[in-house]
Design a protein around this ligand. Structure first.
Ligand code: PYC
Length: 318
């Protein structure tokens, strides 16, 4: 049994079936170590849940596991069509609204252990939820990258649980009509970063590209287009990207503690974000909305050739 939701457009599939979850032998330990066991033993389950023919493009799956950190109430790990995500903001909002809908949580705060670390989450009731991702950190500011067409753009390399290249001088409008060109530019940047040997800690790929632009609604702060590792564009403004961004803005003196940052997505959806210092660490908060789209029982017939999804994830790499 799964419950599907979308967080201002970006889909999440939460596995609800305790019997299925109990049948997965993930060992003991942290959420991150259980996720690694899942990766090595049950990759067919990941594919079955989020790739065609049962999944939809851009879908992120979530599996709940017991937290190892005694201060946490829940543990969760995240995956998409091509692999795993250490953190996922939109899916955290989606899982929270879904758990609220099923009555498993009541409005209020809870602590979630993720592979990236402990994330503070709050269900505000109904479709409304917020999370506090892990400490944002920037490792390059204004890094110049040459694209295959000879153009040079600059951007920041930053993390708040996932790695982002955040770029402003890409020269494209952030409007739905430009999605094919935005995808092409973002893929060129992703490949150029890889070719230039620019990585996160320990050689991690910079696999999310954020192209920034001015907001369409003057009441908001900015608009973005985000390329995800599976080749899909993010339908929401990407919760973890927004967390990393507010860290950079604060460091640049462009966003004061507690000031609101209203981040539009390419489709016009909105996250409201802010940043504060707690125990000398930066804590970003992102608030958004998610809606349940369906409750379903997935079927996996023994003679279905695609019971474990498509064998090869289909990745749009222009
Ligand atoms: O919202 O953080 C996010 C996210 C990352 C990848 C997909 N969604």
């Amino acid at each position: 049994r799964v419950i599907d939701s979308h967080t201002i457009g970006e889909p999440t599939r939460l596995v609800l079936d305790d019997a299925v979850l109990a049948g997965l032998d993930l060992g003991a330990g942290t959420v991150r170590s259980r996720r690694e066991v899942f990766r090595s033993r049950y990759d067919d389950v990941r594919r079955a849940l989020v790739t065609d023919p049962r999944g939809v493009e851009a879908m992120v799956g979530v599996i709940l596991v017991p937290p190892a950190d005694p201060s946490c109430d829940l543990g969760a790990f995240y995956f998409n069509r091509v692999g795993f995500l250490d953190m996922c903001g939109h899916a955290t909002i989606g899982l929270t609204v879904s758990l609220g809908y099923t009555g498993r949580i009541t409005p209020g705060p809870f602590r979630l252990e993720t592979p990236a670390g402990v994330v503070g989450v709050e269900w505000h009731g109904g479709s409304d939820a917020s999370f506090q991702s892990v400490t944002p950190r920037r490792i390059h500011r204004g890094l110049a990258i040459r694209c295959p067409d000879g153009s040079v753009v600059t951007g920041d390399v930053a993390t708040s649980g996932l790695w982002f290249f955040i770029c402003r001088d890409h020269g494209l409008p952030i409007v739905p009509e430009a999605i094919p060109q935005l995808l092409e530019k973002a893929w060129a940047l992703r490949r150029s970063l890889e070719a230039a040997g620019v990585t996160g800690d320990g050689g991690e790929l910079i696999d999310h590209i954020v192209l920034m632009g001015p907001p369409l609604d003057p009441a908001n702060s900015a608009r973005n287009f985000v390329l995800c590792p599976d080749g899909a564009f993010h339908r929401s403004p990407c919760g973890t990207a927004t967390s990393a961004l507010v860290g950079c803005l604060h460091e640049d003196g462009l966003l004061a503690e507690g000031e609101a940052w209203r981040q539009e997505s390419i489709l016009g959806g909105l996250y409201e974000a802010s940043i504060r210092t707690r125990d000398r660490l930066l804590v970003p908060t992102v608030r958004g909305r998610a809606w349940i789209t369906s409750e379903a029982t997935l079927h996996f017939a023994a003679d279905d050739p695609y019971r474990a999804g498509f064998p090869q994830a289909i990745r749009r790499d222009s």
